[in-house]
Design a protein around this ligand. Structure first.
Ligand SMILES: Cc1cc2nc3c(=O)[nH]c(=O)nc-3n(C[C@H](O)[C@H](O)[C@H](O)COP(=O)(O)OP(=O)(O)OC[C@H]3O[C@@H](n4cnc5c(N)ncnc54)[C@H](O)[C@@H]3O)c2cc1C
Length: 284
């Protein structure tokens, strides 16, 4: 297993921000992951998948961090659209593979730069009004918890908008999941992917590093004001003018700025007794 010392975590997040990992571990199998978890149980609190939904303190030094990108790349089709997908598989690889076999349903996730484990943990999906998420096709999820792999049936995973039971279970790692997809023609899935790419190019601000949507629960009028006034720090962290509810990390951005902005928007919601919940996971 690869172990890197004094590794900058900014390299592993799409927001390009983060302090140092004194030791960063890259397990290459479930067995290696289990051995690590036995040795350093607390390491499971600091696990990075694709790093596309993480805001990490740039002033912090983390003793042990786990990178999940290599430990389970299993991608197996049992027939009839039933697949076992390992947590380290990239969403794009997963989608291309099922489409190739004539199955589909999650092409809208083609634009999501995450891994399957992170997507299941976050229950990644389309915006709220579309009511579509990765858990629509999940049958069960395998999780490393208390030193053993446990299988959770979908009904026990408590999936909801951008949440899953796994977010409330400390020290658990999703190792893979069983999915069942409907048959879909290659023409249809290719068209859906193209439509997704075109939409993202049009609406998503990729002018600077970001972590996708900032709040999974917020008020659209407040978020319109935040966008209109381009709330934030010049050449630092600021809310995008192009995309509502979207934060950019320009060259002089800091964790403190990002957290200040999150707290400011939360306070505005609180004044009007409105709900506001950050989607991004924060390592203080
Ligand atoms: C440009 C862009 C577009 C995006 N578009 C969307 C979108 O359309 N829909 C959407 O839902 N999200 C979107 N996101 C957010 C993000 O990509 C998703 O939440 C994604 O599912 C996170 O996966 P990840 O592997 O990157 O997780 P990470 O960011 O690495 O981790 C997120 C959280 O999951 C935990 N975690 C990761 N892997 C595991 C595992 N195997 N077991 C247990 N815990 C784990 C981490 O510890 C962390 O708490 C977007 C982000 C970006 C940057």
């Amino acid at each position: 297993m690869k172990i890197k010392k004094n590794e900058p975590l900014s390299k592993y997040t799409t927001f390009k921000m983060g302090g140092i990992a004194k030791k960063m571990y890259f397990p290459e199998s479930i067995e290696e992951l289990m051995t690590l978890a036995d040795k350093y149980n607390h390491i499971l609190n600091y696990a990075i998948g694709g790093g596309s939904n993480l805001l990490i303190n740039d002033k912090q030094c983390f003793d042990e961090v786990l990178c999940l990108k290599d430990f389970n790349k299993r991608l197996e089709h049992f027939g009839n659209g039933t697949y076992y997908i390992g947590a380290s598989v990239r969403l794009q690889t997963f989608i291309k593979s099922i489409n190739n076999d004539g199955y589909g349903g999650i092409e809208y996730l083609f634009s999501v730069p995450g891994l399957v484990g992170g997507a299941v943990y976050m229950n990644a999906g389309r915006g709220k009004k579309h009511n579509k998420c990765i858990s629509d096709y999940i049958q069960s999820v395998d999780v490393l918890i208390d030193g053993k792999i446990k299988t959770f049936l979908k009904k026990d995973c408590e999936f909801s908008y951008r949440t899953s039971k796994f977010q409330s279970l400390p020290k658990c790692i999703i190792t893979g999941a069983l999915f069942k997809f409907p048959a879909m023609s290659k023409e249809k899935t290719a068209a859906e992917i193209q439509a997704r790419i075109d939409l993202c190019r049009r609406v998503q601000d990729m002018s600077a590093p970001n972590y996708g949507t900032v709040f999974c629960e917020s008020n659209k009028y407040i978020m319109t004001l935040v966008q209109k006034f381009h709330l934030g720090y010049k050449n630092g962290c600021n809310f995008s003018r192009k995309t509502k509810n979207w934060m950019l990390h320009e060259e002089n951005g800091t964790f403190e700025q990002a957290v200040n902005l999150l707290n400011k928007v939360k306070r505005w919601h609180k004044i009007f007794h409105l709900k506001c919940k950050a989607e991004v996971r924060i390592w203080e």
